[in-house]
Design a protein around this ligand. Structure first.
Ligand code: SF4
Ligand code: SF4
Ligand code: FES
Length: 522
């Protein structure tokens, strides 16, 4: 239980959490203290002086908020004239050599310097001498581009690489107006988390080579999602936009703070998963090699399932809980077997001791909670018996060779429902089967359970021009008792009692539900 304390800000009493510095304590109650160098994940460095606040009757009377713990009865001054003058003067100092290039800066709209200028400075420059010129568009490695002139020398990037990745590629060199960030000669950024420095940089000094000049920040729509790149389930923001006459495109993925999962960060590979959401997607539904309406394909598949001596449904270990139960319920109703065989999703020794996991599936824990078989032996045995095989977006080509897949299903009618081509290799080639183009994770809502047993909701905000169904809709079309999202969620609640108190997936708390804290979740 968090202890609360009372203090005064500009004479008004506020209640805040104890044990935090003034920046964090007051931010929680909606009071901003401007700052550059402090970051909750990196601690206080005390170098920028932007966070100076007054303490009435305090000794000393002016202190850096980042290094000052909130204390009971403290009288904090944020709008006293002498504090406003400090803020104004620090900003003026920052702007002496800062280029006024907001119109061509990628950080515009998300820049602390820009925001603080509007709030705390707002006057014209008094400088009448030429600005110090520094290097621009410097390739820092790892997809990071540096503009020395925009840097406020806060040191966040340097501290991230020293404290978090412990790779230490960057350092602050020289002093005064010659102070700048450099990488050590011959050692540019080279680690799997380097792009986090772009998010940490409070200004436009570090930008992503991948995102630069693609979109203005204020045009982007944001969807709160979960990375599907591995079983860690980092919390992310999917930034996307649909321009007139164009498709809805994802332009970048950024980390979203969740202290119990990924903190403030994510890996670079996870950021790049947006590319496969945009590109190389399956677009059409086909039956016996010709494009046909989805309803025809489902009707055909349903009658084949009914007549089959054995049907096998293969689900993906990255599917949402709702999708898994929808297919499972269909299998229970029709007497089909269901498997989540996905050995190839595990990339041995790829994980590390920070975020990246060997298991590249987003919901293997969910598969286990629903008791869906996933062993190779079970899958092989069922595949041998099956005369109808429906793949629900499992990328089987990760686990088996094309030859193995072709051999297993040579006499089987196959429906391949997938987001991308290639999940079954060439197993479909020349076969009178069917295929359905599916919605992907950035386009539907749901819940996945990460490797630590934390159930997390995600929202699919991307609306592609081509209407594709979700697996829950396909399963419903084939006769599953989970006739829609609400019915699927009700089934999830029956199978995972720890989720029973949440009327809809949207009611899950932002930080997720730790099912390992609750025996019922097992
Ligand atoms: S590049 Fe950005 S994060 Fe690094 S010191 Fe400069 S302003 Fe700070
Ligand atoms: S660690 Fe895993 S879940 Fe996190 S961003 Fe990387 S791939 Fe995504
Ligand atoms: S945030 Fe406190 S000195 Fe920089």
């Amino acid at each position: 239980m968090t202890e609360m304390i009372k203090l005064f800000v500009n004479g008004e009493e506020v209640e805040v959490e104890s044990g935090k510095n003034l920046i964090d304590a007051l931010e929680k109650v909606g009071i901003e203290i401007p700052h550059f160098c402090y970051h909750p994940a990196l601690g206080a460095d005390g170098n920028c002086r932007m966070c100076l606040v007054g303490i009435e009757e305090g000794r000393p009377p002016v202190v850096p908020a980042c290094k000052t713990p909130a204390k009971e009865g403290m009288k904090v001054l944020l709008d006293a004239d002498h504090i406003k003058k400090i803020q104004h003067d620090v900003m003026e100092l920052e702007f002496i050599n800062h280029p006024t290039d907001c119109p061509i800066c990628d950080q515009a709209g998300e820049c602390k310097l820009q925001d603080y200028y509007m709030k705390y400075e707002g006057t014209e420059s008094r400088m009448r001498v030429p600005q110090v010129k520094k290097r621009k568009v410097q390739d820092f490695g790892g997809g990071v581009i540096h503009d020395q002139e925009r840097c406020v020398a806060c040191g966040r990037c340097v501290r991230f690489l020293r404290q978090i990745t412990k790779t230490g590629e960057l350092g602050l060199v020289n002093r005064g107006d010659d102070c700048r960030v450099e990488f050590f000669p011959g050692r540019p950024i080279n680690n799997r988390y380097g792009l986090n420095v772009v998010d940490l940089c409070p200004v436009g000094a570090l930008t992503s080579a991948d995102f630069r000049f693609k979109q203005r920040a204020w045009f982007l729509k944001r969807a709160e999602s979960i990375c599907h790149g591995c079983s860690k389930g980092c919390n992310i923001m999917v930034d996307h936009n649909k321009e007139k006459y164009e498709d809805d495109i994802i332009y970048r993925i950024r980390p979203r703070h969740n202290e119990q999962v990924n903190g403030w960060f994510m890996c670079d590979a996870g950021r790049m998963t947006y590319k496969s959401e945009n590109d190389n997607r399956l677009e059409e539904c086909t039956l016996a090699g010709t494009v046909r309406p989805l309803t025809d394909i489902l009707a055909d598949a349903q009658s084949r399932i009914e007549k089959a001596s054995k049907a096998l449904f293969l689900v993906s270990p990255s599917a949402s809980l709702e999708q898994l139960v929808a297919v499972q319920a269909l299998a229970e109703k029709t007497g089909a077997a269901v498997s989540a065989f996905s050995d190839g999703y595990i990339v041995k020794d790829d994980g590390d001791d920070f975020l990246i996991k060997d298991d590249k599936a987003a919901n293997r824990t969910g598969v286990d909670l629903l008791s869906i078989a996933k062993s190779r032996t079970h899958f092989d045995n069922m595949a041998k018996e099956a005369d109808v095989f429906i793949n629900f977006d499992n990328d089987l080509s990760r686990s088996l060779s094309e030859e193995q897949i072709g051999k297993l299903f040579k006499d089987t009618w196959v429906l391949n429902a997938a987001t991308h081509p290639g999940h079954l290799g060439t197993a479909m080639a020349g076969k009178a089967g069917a295929s359905v183009a599916l919605r992907s994770w950035s386009e539907y809502h749901g819940v996945v359970v990460n490797c630590d047993g934390i159930a997390q909701k995600f929202v699919g905000g991307v609306m592609k021009n081509i209407e594709r169904p979700d697996i829950v809709e396909i399963a419903a079309g084939l006769g599953s008792p989970a006739t829609g999202a609400a019915a699927a969620w009700a089934l999830v609640q029956k199978k995972i009692p720890a989720l029973a108190e949440f009327g809809s997936f949207l009611e899950l708390p932002a930080e997720g539900v730790n099912l390992t804290d609750n025996e019922a979740g097992k």
